[in-house]
Write a protein that binds this ligand. Structure first.
Ligand SMILES: Cc1ncc(COP(=O)(O)O)c(C=O)c1O
Length: 386
């Protein structure tokens, strides 16, 4: 392996471009980029390159859309988590409860803040098992970090009760969950903060990295505005040594365009396509589909089913030009990076089982009825052959 290979650009992205039904769809999604260029031109003419009007507008847009009192634009979704931990003074000697079935950044933010991640298994819906949280709480626990996996909000009422009883903060990793609702209410109402990513593959996506934090708590918002920008109160006065994790102004313009013109349709189409696939794939003993709760608005950042012979089906679908994926084949407690936490195979049986059976199918806004029919037909055909 050369040092260049470590700075990897996943080869699978290049390969996926050649498939007929793709998971990512950036070229189509940004085909009308000229309108965004116009917005960027305004920034260039003004020379308004850091924070500024566009980031202000972005934060107001998100406050309004997600029912939050405060929104803070930051460099990416990982920074959103890390800065939140810093703002809450969570670090060395502290424990944060989360799940091993997530993207690596959830857990890495806890570890890089100096705290210890403590895992609790997930349920069949991939979300943290709220009934197992209390037994993981120790004197060192400072926060619970639930992940609204695939855009399905966790059981926030119960999690809030546990947090209140034990005096813990709730940091909601909401990177998959823009536009989601929990029993008709905004998810931000249930915790200290919600953190989001706008990575190009997220539902609200931009032309690079970006993220934001939502909170109802003014004291936290104040701290977060400071620590994303060197701890500066103004040009000459620094209140705390901190970081530079400002949301890039040009990316804020991309996001503002998307929020105004596209996001509602993106959310609607993902939900529509997912529920249609639920129907098309129902009544097959080889496929397990989650029961949907109509009171919880799930935004299907990922559409996942659990299937028998997963790896063979994955290969088969790719051979048919369908960009099926696995999110993710190895839970975090079994990653090399987590060795020092001393977990073992068998510690989180549900997460470990789901990692072997889960399969993601594309449901983005450019997926058409004919694509859904094709995917479901091939999947059913695969099991008939066996
Ligand atoms: C659940 C989850 N948390 C955190 C992140 C980190 O976001 P980013 O890639 O913007 O740092 C991601 C996304 O990649 C994610 O999926």
């Amino acid at each position: 392996m050369t040092i260049r290979d470590i700075n990897y650009l996943p080869k699978q992205y290049q390969k996926a471009q050649k498939l007929k039904i793709n998971h990512s769809y950036l070229t189509e999604q940004f085909s009308d980029y000229s309108k965004i260029f116009k917005e960027i031109e305004k920034i260039v003419r003004k020379g308004d390159y850091t924070l500024g009007g566009e980031v202000n507008k972005f934060e107001k847009n998100l406050q309004h859309r997600m029912g939050a009192k405060h929104a803070i634009g930051v460099g990416n979704g990982t920074d959103a988590l890390y800065l939140t931990l810093k703002a809450l003074n969570i670090g060395k000697g502290d424990e944060v409860i989360t799940t091993p079935f997530t993207f690596i950044a959830t857990v890495a933010s806890i570890a890089t803040a100096g705290a210890t991640p403590v895992f609790v298994d997930v349920k069949e819906d991939y979300n943290i098992d709220e009934d197992k949280i209390e037994s993981a709480i120790t004197k060192k626990t400072k926060a619970i970090m639930p992940v609204h996996w695939a855009g399905l909000p966790c059981e926030l009422k119960k999690i809030r009760k546990i947090a209140n009883k034990n005096n813990l903060k709730i940091i909601q990793d909401s990177c998959h969950a823009i536009d989601s609702k929990y029993y008709g209410r905004n998810i931000v109402e249930y915790g200290d903060v919600c953190t989001f990513s706008m990575h190009p593959l997220k539902n609200l996506n931009i032309w690079g990295d970006g993220g934001f934090i939502l909170t109802q708590k003014s004291y936290l918002a104040k701290k977060l505005y400071l620590i994303r920008n060197h701890g500066l109160r103004n040009r000459n006065n620094c209140e705390v040594f901190a970081y530079n994790s400002r949301l890039d102004t040009i990316q804020a313009a991309v996001a503002n365009y998307k929020i105004k013109n596209k996001l509602t349709n993106i959310t609607k189409k993902r939900i529509k396509n997912a529920l249609r696939l639920d129907h098309l794939l129902s009544n097959n003993k080889n496929i397990k589909i989650l029961k949907r709760n109509k009171s919880i608005k799930t935004v299907f950042h990922l559409y996942q089913i659990n299937v028998k012979k997963r790896n063979k089906l994955l290969k088969y679908l790719i051979s048919k030009n369908i960009d099926a994926k696995v999110h993710y084949p190895k839970p975090i407690h079994l990653q090399k990076a987590a060795r020092h936490l001393r977990y073992q195979i068998g510690d989180f049986p549900v997460a470990e089982r789901l990692a072997k059976t889960t399969l993601s199918l594309p449901v983005h806004e450019f997926i058409k009825e004919k694509d859904l029919l094709l995917m479901s037909t091939y999947i059913k055909k695969f099991y008939l052959k066996k």
